[in-house]
Ligand binder design. Structure first.
Ligand code: HEC
Length: 150
């Protein structure tokens, strides 16, 4: 227990450095969708991140060419981040609306796919402070500079 706690503190402490290390390591970036990153968010956000990683990340991360990110890049033209996880203006209500109704070629998600409680967890995750989502200012600046965050 004590070790885990210390580990978490370490992770939080080096969040900024982590972004740089991830960048340097190149392809470890994709692995942030799985195990390692899940430990980076506070426990109360872990379910939301897991559900997000499963159902939303395939179209909405900062990797080049993803449908959701590309569409939002075109829609907002840099006024808002194209990566959903980098947005600070979304509310759980807005997220629920889009997930249940769909938009463009994002199909609506049925409750058998994403349940109401899972959707609430996504809402909590996407509206938490960026740092708690495991997104450091350094990472954000890097993505913005590369164009995907615009
Ligand atoms: C098949 C790809 C795909 C998947 C999977 C997907 N989306 Fe989307 N999403 C899109 C596209 C494309 C748009 C943008 C449509 C447009 O041009 O307005 C979008 C738009 C949105 C928006 C609206 C943002 C805005 O400001 O207009 C929200 C919120 C959203 N998605 C949330 C989610 C969530 C939460 C999930 C997971 C449950 C998810 N999406 C899964 C493709 C996807």
């Amino acid at each position: 227990m004590k070790r885990t706690f210390a580990g978490l503190c370490g992770l939080i402490g080096v969040a900024g450095l982590g972004a740089i290390a991830t960048h340097a390591a190149g392809n470890t970036e994709t692995s942030t969708s799985t195990g390692a990153a899940a430990t980076r968010v506070p426990a109360r956000l872990a379910q939301g991140k897991a559900v997000y990683d499963k159902w939303c990340a395939p179209c909405h991360t900062d990797q080049a060419g993803l449908a959701g990110t590309l569409a939002l890049q075109t829609k907002y033209k840099g006024e808002k981040p194209a990566v959903l996880e980098h947005r600070t203006d979304l509310t759980p209500e807005i997220i629920t609306y889009y997930v249940r109704n769909g938009v463009a070629w994002m199909a609506p998600f049925r409750k058998t796919e994403v349940s109401d409680s899972e959707l609430a967890a996504i809402g909590a995750y996407l509206t938490a402070p960026l740092q708690e989502r495991g997104i450091s200012p350094a990472r954000l600046a890097e993505v913005t500079a590369a164009g995907a965050g615009k």
